[in-house]
Design a protein around this ligand. Structure first.
Ligand SMILES: C[S@@+](CC[C@H](N)C(=O)[O-])C[C@H]1O[C@@H](n2cnc3c(N)ncnc32)[C@H](O)[C@@H]1O
Length: 607
């Protein structure tokens, strides 16, 4: 319910007093030929009225992002073809899907659900205006707690998108919903993942669903059991992935995906036995004999080719493309099940580890950088360290910002330059017994309320810093065009702006050559499978993702090749900001990486 006195609360009272705030679809109100037509045609839609009238904080709380009309059309078409007798929209909002379905002449019995009383009012008012209240049931309820055993011929949804730490369910909703479908869900599963499972469960045999969700689940670890479930039960027929969703979904800075689901007429297929060793390996042939049509949308200038592709009578060939903005594949379940992350698979197709390459995990371990819990307090400049009379063994050298590291090698001279510019380069590691100056500093932290902060409250004492050796290699957590790896020649610590890479099977020269390989553009394309792509093309790796990057097995490289890789890495640093020169060095780097892989392959062949 809206909190008393808020704008949402006043609006709710307006509704209760019978005031109609949410109009109907403009085209429906138009009286042809009248002079009022032009103004009516430009009348705002129920979604626009909702956005105008309802505060952003309220919309955020309920995860309210509305589906653009062309996408709603596409989704409704998947359902309308079957003329379903019963339909469900479990997150109806102002009701774009219901209006689109009714306009298409789908007259089956419709159940509409929304948890938000304001959304329900908006929807009811727009339906009343259209005189579409017949054959329609509206429930103001949380779909995830909906106490009904009803199943449907068709379900359409754009579920709410709410970050998992903003979810406030008292019970263990993940276990409960997971159990109903026999899926072990991570507690990091976004609410839309729970909706996907519940929607599939509530489909009748032969029923269809169209679901619009962000694209992040395709590469995130929490998506793995969901994907397995969809494949094992042969539910997923088509999957569309929008790599730059902002061109289709204004105001939403994320990727997006569309799931076209169909439950086989005999009900869900029973999955075969899973092998005990790795969750992605299956004993049963049955689960791997299907395929999913996948469409990677590079730019959504026109949705027309997408529509044609989706609803073409003939299945497309393994990889074809009627438009340069789409990559279409028919991917067998076996391949999809093998791969935990799907973005690159949908874009580039299946890849195998090239000869002479190993995954990084054979050569190194990874960890995230140090999380201080209060950077301003714990990460300070050398001057601040001195003026607080803290000693150098308390304030240890540490890099906190990616922008403070320029190229692919960080030296003591670079650290000195940062210190001369007054940058924050010292991380405070207090140890007992505290000196007088240290106690004074810590007491200031208490005065600022730091011991109550999320991360610090769990530390004992609250000012104890994470202890870990400096890592020889850093991996930038975010990047726009490239992900940057840095040789930490200075041997200093790093905060979470970089992940730590600790080579465990390499000499110093091999480790430096590894940095060169990791920064090779061609290698990064191979590694793309491990990247999480955020809105606006922002690239991101998690520490665990790094372990699956393919790299040449440098343990078998000649010194000549290793030295040449290291030199090229320095040339690449020097070429930063000069794209033609970078391009030339990148080409040389690729040749050197190839050479390293050939040497590893030759070693393998001779052993
Ligand atoms: C992303 S909006 C989609 C609205 C509309 N279907 C559309 O596509 O434009 C999600 C809707 O789900 C509602 N919602 C949020 N949490 C819910 C829940 N647990 N159960 C049912 N509805 C919920 C929100 O109020 C919001 O109207």
């Amino acid at each position: 319910m809206a909190r008393p006195g808020t704008k949402a609360d006043r609006l709710a009272k307006d509704f209760a007093a019978g005031q109609v705030l949410f109009g109907a679809e403009p085209t429906r109100l138009a009286s042809s030929g009248s002079s009022a037509e032009a103004s009516v045609l430009t009348a705002p839609s129920p979604e626009e009225l909702f956005l105008e009238n309802i505060p952003a904080s309220h919309r955020r709380q309920y995860g309210q992002f509305f589906t653009p009309r062309p996408i709603a059309e596409l989704m409704c078409e998947w359902l309308a073809i079957r003329q379903p007798a019963t339909l469900l929209d479990p997150a109806v909002g102002p009701g774009i899907f219901v209006r689109t379905l009714r306009e298409r002449g789908v007259n089956g019995h419709l159940t509409a659900i929304d948890k938000d009383p304001l959304a329900v009012t908006a929807f009811r008012q727009s339906m009343a205006r259209q005189k579409w209240l017949d054959n329609l049931q509206i429930h103001q309820v949380d779909f995830l707690r909906w106490d009904s055993s009803e199943k449907f011929d068709a379900i359409i949804a754009n579920p709410p998108y709410v970050r998992h730490h903003d979810l406030h369910y008292g019970e263990d909703i993940f276990a409960k919903i997971g159990q109903r479908s026999g899926v072990a869900l991570s507690r990091l599963t976004n609410i839309y993942g729970l909706f996907i499972l519940e929607i599939c469960r509530r489909l009748k045999p032969g029923g269809r669903a169209a679901i619009l969700v962000p694209g992040e689940w395709l590469n995130a670890n929490f998506g793995v059991p969901l994907k397995r479930h969809l494949l094992q039960h042969h539910l997923l027929k088509h999957l569309v992935y929008f790599s730059h969703a902002e061109s289709v979904f204004p105001d939403v800075l994320t990727t997006a995906s569309l799931l076209f689901v169909e439950k086989s007429a005999g009900g869900e297929k029973v999955p075969g036995k899973l092998s005990g060793t790795t969750p992605m390996v299956l004993d049963s042939e049955r689960e791997t004999d299907g395929a999913v049509k996948t469409i990677f949308v590079h730019s959504a200038q026109s949705l027309a080719p997408l529509r044609e592709t989706l609803f073409a009578a003939q299945p497309s060939s393994l990889s074809s493309s009627p438009s340069p903005s789409l990559t279409i594949r028919t991917l067998p379940h076996a391949i999809l099940l093998e791969q935990g992350k799907w973005n690159a698979l949908l874009e580039h197709g299946p890849t195998t580890l090239p000869v002479g390459f190993v995954y990084l995990e054979e050569l190194a371990t990874t960890r995230r950088g140090i999380a201080t819990g209060a950077n301003q307090f714990f990460h300070v400049s050398r001057e601040a360290l001195r003026s607080a009379e803290l000693s150098d063994d308390i304030g240890r050298p540490c890099v906190g910002r990616a922008a403070d590291v320029e190229g692919y090698r960080f030296t003591l001279a670079d650290l000195e330059k940062l210190e001369a510019r007054g940058k924050r380069t010292r991380l405070l590691h207090f140890h007992d017994p505290l000196t007088t100056a240290a106690r004074r500093y810590v007491e200031e932290g208490v005065r600022l309320g730091l011991p109550k902060r999320y991360l610090l409250a769990s530390r004992k004492p609250w000012y104890a810093m994470e202890a870990r050796p400096p890592s020889p290699i850093w991996a930038a957590v975010f990047g726009r065009k490239e992900l940057r790896f840095v040789w930490n020649e200075a041997g200093v610590q790093n905060l979470t702006t970089f992940h730590c890479v600790y080579p465990h099977a390499l000499t110093s020269l091999q480790s430096q050559a590894l940095v060169a390989c990791l920064n090779c553009t061609w290698m990064q394309q191979l590694a793309a499978e491990q990247q999480r792509v955020y809105g606006g093309g922002l690239l991101k790796y998690e520490p665990r993702d790094l372990l699956r990057i393919p790299v040449p097995d440098l343990r078998h490289s000649s010194n000549e090749t290793l030295n040449s890789l290291v030199e090229l890495s320095d040339s690449l640093s020097a070429a930063r900001g000069n794209p033609p020169l970078c391009h030339t060095v990148q080409q040389q780097l690729r040749t050197a990486v190839d050479q390293a892989a050939r040497e590893a392959a030759a070693n393998l062949a001779s052993s």
